[in-house]
Design a protein around this ligand. Structure first.
Ligand code: AVI
Length: 306
C-alpha cells in the first residue's frame, strides 16, 4: 500500500498527458534483485567498469578522500560496493541509505559481523526529493558515497539541486565520491538497456507489478512491452513501457484508457561528458579534486571536496 504522497504522485503520473511512473518505483524487493541481476549482465558495462576503477585506483582514492570518515552510501542496495572499500577507506561510521530498506537491513546484518569496528546504520528513505540526515549520523567528516551513476537518473537540473542539498550536509571537511557514466556510442548504450536475456525488460515491467500492489491497479503485465534506448539528442537513455493492445487500467481513485502503442515513461539515465560532470559538481558548491577513469573512458569516479 502506498503512502499518501506516493499514491498522489502515481495518480498524477498515470493521468498525465504523457503518462509516466517515477523510476523510484522500480525498486521494490524484486526490483532491487532484478537490478542486481542487471549488474551481472555482459551488456551492462557500468557496474564492472566502475568496479575495475575502484580495484585499480582504490589506494589512491583512499589517499585523496581520506580515511576515518562517516561514509554515507546513497542507494546502498546490498552494500557490496562500499564494503569492498572499507579496508581502504576505513570509515568510523557507515550509513546505508536506500528506499528499499528491507533489502539493505539484511545486507547490514551480515556486514556488521565482518566489520565489527565500524558503527553501521540503515536508513530507509527516499532521498531524491528532500534530504535531511537524522542526528544519529555523525556530523564530522561526512563522505557521501554515490556510485553506480545514479545521478544520471535525475535531470541535470534535479541533479544540481540534489548535489546542492548534499553539499549543505557535508560540513566543512566533507566531500563526495561519485560514479558518473560517460557519453559513448549508441550501440553500446542501447544494448546495456535492452539486453538479450530480457532482464532489463523484466526490471522495467516489474514497475507495473509494484504499482498494482501500491495503488490496487490492474495492469496486465503481459500486455506491455519494454523499450530502452539512447536518445542522443537529449544525451540520455530512456525507458518506456508500450501497450501491446488497447486496454483500460484502473487504480485507487483513477482510471485511464491506453491505446495500443501508447507509452508510459519510466526512467531516464543521463550520460555525461566528463567536463560537464565536473562543471555540475562545481556549480553545486563542490570542488573536484581528482577524476579516475577506465582505459575506454566509459565511466568516471570523481572525488570532490565540500
Ligand atoms: C540505478 N541506475 C544508475 C541504473 C541506470 O543505469 O540508470 C538503473 C537502470 N535502469 C536500467 N538498467 C539500469
Amino acid at each position: 500500500m502506498a503512502n499518501a504522497h506516493d499514491a498522489q504522485e502515481l495518480h498524477a503520473g498515470l493521468g498525465a498527458a504523457e503518462p509516466c511512473i517515477s523510476p523510484k518505483f522500480l525498486y521494490d524487493a524484486l526490483g532491487s534483485k532484478l537490478f542486481e541481476a542487471i549488474c551481472e549482465l555482459p551488456e551492462y558495462y557500468p557496474t564492472r567498469t566502475e568496479a575495475a576503477i575502484f580495484e585499480r585506483h582504490g589506494a589512491e582514492i583512499a589517499r585523496v578522500a581520506g580515511t576515518g570518515a562517516t561514509m554515507i552510501d546513497l542507494g546502498a542496495g546490498n552494500c557490496a560496493k562500499a564494503a569492498k572499500l572499507f579496508p581502504l577507506l576505513q570509515p568510523t561510521q557507515y550509513v546505508a541509505v536506500d528506499i528499499s530498506s528491507e533489502f539493505t537491513h539484511d545486507a547490514l546484518a551480515r556486514l556488521r559481523q565482518r566489520f565489527p569496528q565500524i558503527a553501521m546504520e540503515a536508513l530507509g528513505m527516499d532521498f531524491s526529493n528532500r534530504f535531511e540526515l537524522p542526528e544519529l549520523v555523525r556530523a564530522e567528516r561526512r563522505l557521501f558515497f554515490y556510485p553506480g551513476s545514479s545521478l544520471g537518473n535525475f535531470t541535470p537540473e534535479q541533479a544540481h539541486e540534489f548535489l546542492m542539498r548534499l553539499r549543505a550536509q557535508c560540513g566543512s571537511d566533507g566531500g563526495i565520491l561519485i560514479g558518473i557514466d560517460l557519453a559513448k556510442d549508441k550501440a553500446t548504450l542501447d544494448a546495456a538497456y535492452d539486453d538479450a536475456l530480457g532482464v532489463t525488460a523484466a526490471f522495467n515491467l516489474n514497475i507495473l507489478r509494484h504499482v498494482n500492489q501500491l495503488v490496487d491497479a490492474d495492469f496486465d503485465i503481459r500486455q506491455w512491452r519494454h523499450h530502452g534506448f539512447y536518445n542522443a539528442a537529449r544525451g540520455r537513455i530512456e525507458m518506456h513501457l508500450e501497450a501491446r493492445t488497447a486496454q483500460d487500467v484502473h487504480w485507487r481513485g483513477g482510471a485511464r484508457r491506453f491505446e495500443a502503442g501508447d507509452c508510459i515513461h519510466t526512467e531516464n539515465s543521463y550520460k555525461y561528458q566528463q567536463a560537464d560532470a565536473i562543471k555540475l559538481l562545481e556549480r553545486s558548491g563542490f570542488e573536484a579534486t581528482r577524476v579516475w577513469t577506465d582505459p575506454q573512458r566509459w565511466f568516471a569516479v570523481i572525488h570532490a571536496q565540500a
